[in-house]
Design a protein. Structure first.
Length: 232
């Protein structure tokens, strides 16, 4: 990037992943329902975990449900990888126990994630994969969802906690946040995006976005709208 050139943040949602490139500020503590791969384009990326331990490296991976907060980074490339795609199998093997430095991923690119994001996990129960994909695309009551995949609601809940480390209710909220981000990027107001994505109202969306991303709709809106203007 040339001196004096303004960095235009970029956000995109693909099959099995989302990607952001741009600056970051200090965030609140939060927990994702996806793996996060954070790569510093310049310097290092820094995070603080729930025990107040600082992590700093050129690339860090945060597993789902690991409470952490981001520290300000001049330029960050970050991927959110859904836990039921095949790329997540690689991350589970390498980075399942808290924030992990992964310098070997410093050259990871969106096309690398995209190719793996379309393929389902080879490690998770295929019935759980089907349930997660269903909830990503639409809201389905738990009894109906369990019946669709041939399990009891109790067994499906237990399978999700055991294999991806989170309750399905958490994944349902993450899927709604993904839809809300797409609606915001398309030009809807935060209030309209919240209702369309399945939240009770804008305040409900804000609470969950802060809890799961560490930011508010007002903070992410310039990034989403900036990308839309750049793409047109």
């Amino acid at each position: 990037m040339n001196a004096g050139t303004e960095l235009v943040p970029r956000f995109a949602v693909g099959e099995g992943y989302a990607v952001y490139r741009g600056p970051t500020t200090d965030s609140a503590f939060h927990r994702h329902a996806a793996f996060q791969i954070a790569i510093a384009v310049r310097g290092e990326v820094a995070m603080v975990d729930a025990s107040a331990t600082h992590h700093r490296a050129v690339a860090l991976v945060v597993p789902p449900m690991a409470r952490h907060r981001m520290l300000a980074t001049v330029e960050l490339l970050t991927f959110f990888v859904e836990p039921h795609c095949v790329f997540a199998d690689r991350l589970r093997e390498r980075c399942a126990n808290g924030i992990t430095a992964v310098p070997e991923m410093c050259d990871l690119r969106e096309e690398d994630i995209g190719r793996a994001g379309v393929c389902p996990s080879s490690e998770l129960d295929p019935r759980l994969v089907e349930a997660l994909n269903t909830l990503r695309d639409r809201s389905v009551p738990m009894p109906s969802l369990a019946a669709m995949v041939g399990l009891s609601p109790q067994r499906l809940r237990a399978l999700a906690r055991h294999q991806v480390g989170m309750p399905l209710t958490r994944w349902r909220v993450w899927a709604r946040l993904r839809r809300a981000a797409e609606e915001l990027r398309a030009g809807r107001s935060p209030a309209d995006a919240a209702i369309t994505a399945g939240f009770a109202d804008q305040a409900h969306l804000t609470r969950w976005m802060r809890e799961m991303v560490g930011l508010t709709p007002a903070a992410v809106l310039p990034v989403l709208r900036g990308h839309s203007r750049r793409a047109t």
